[in-house]
Design a protein around this ligand. Sequence first.
Ligand code: TRP
Length: 335
Amino acid sequence: MSSEKKKVIYSAMQPSGVPSLGNYLGALKNWKNLQEEYNCLFGVANMHAITVRQDPTELRQRTRDLVSLFLAIGLDPEEHIIYVQSDVRAHAEIAWILNCFTYMGELNRMTQFKDKAAKHADNINAGLYTYPVLMAGDILLYQSDLVPVGADQKQHLEICRDIAGRFNSIYGDVFKVPEPYIPKVGARIMGLQNPERKMSKSESDNLNNVVYILDEPNVIANKIKRAVTDSDTEIRYGEDKPGISNLLNIYCSVTDKTPDEAVNDFKGCGYGEFKKSVGDAVVEHMRPIQEKFKEYSADRAYVERVMQNGAEKASYIANKTLNKVKKKVGYPIYK
Ligand code: TRP
């Protein structure tokens, strides 16, 4: 298939802390597999990140680290586009325009805003409120066909579609209206200490709850060893067994085995042995990624070249859409 014919898929991640095993198995690992079938854009959403207060030095470092991690998991900056959001000015420009096509009533319904406002009560800024508009711009600038979204971003994709549809109904077909991409396989990884809730990188209240992609092998093994189980002894899936089910899912994800195969592998095992095997499997899966991450992050010049090339390629596409939009809304056109 020629690259012209391929559909465009847009994904982005915020550089707000080291990604967790949940981020990796739930999102990043799938991104790698999209590359064959689609034209991909992989963004580092650092403009979204400043909706909560960040330490500047850390933010800059994490931004570069996330690019290194994208490279380490096998995202290809030649065939596809890896870029940092703030390096493409079109994002800020289109966000303002789209703000004028978004209703406060719509934004008032966003559950993530309500959650974040409650969590950061001392900094409920306008950026946090218009966050979904910035995100809509990300997607629409590249005429994206598809966006892989987890449950937490579904509402944001909906509002993006609404904004695009509204703009198109006024000005004609300017934006492609994106569809959600539901991965064929995708793991929803839960916390190790609190398997009722998603394993998220920002939930740092219990250090053993979250495995980070860059945790040392012994740290990974120990966190998994301490994962909560239950008073039963059986290794099987079950709603009554959230801890064991989660560990089985993690095992399936890193070994590419089916749930049945996984359960079979541990017939007659005790919990201790089971957890050790899951830990080993995770460590082995992460080892080459961690090694590559180390190599890339030691080569700052290369990573920055990737960022600059990516920004150039992304800007070229984004500016085409932006110029159309500017014309439509009546900004000056110079001959
Ligand atoms: N808001 C997303 C998140 O926190 C990151 C993001 C920014 C994104 N822009 C995007 C995701 C566009 C998909 C499409 O997970």
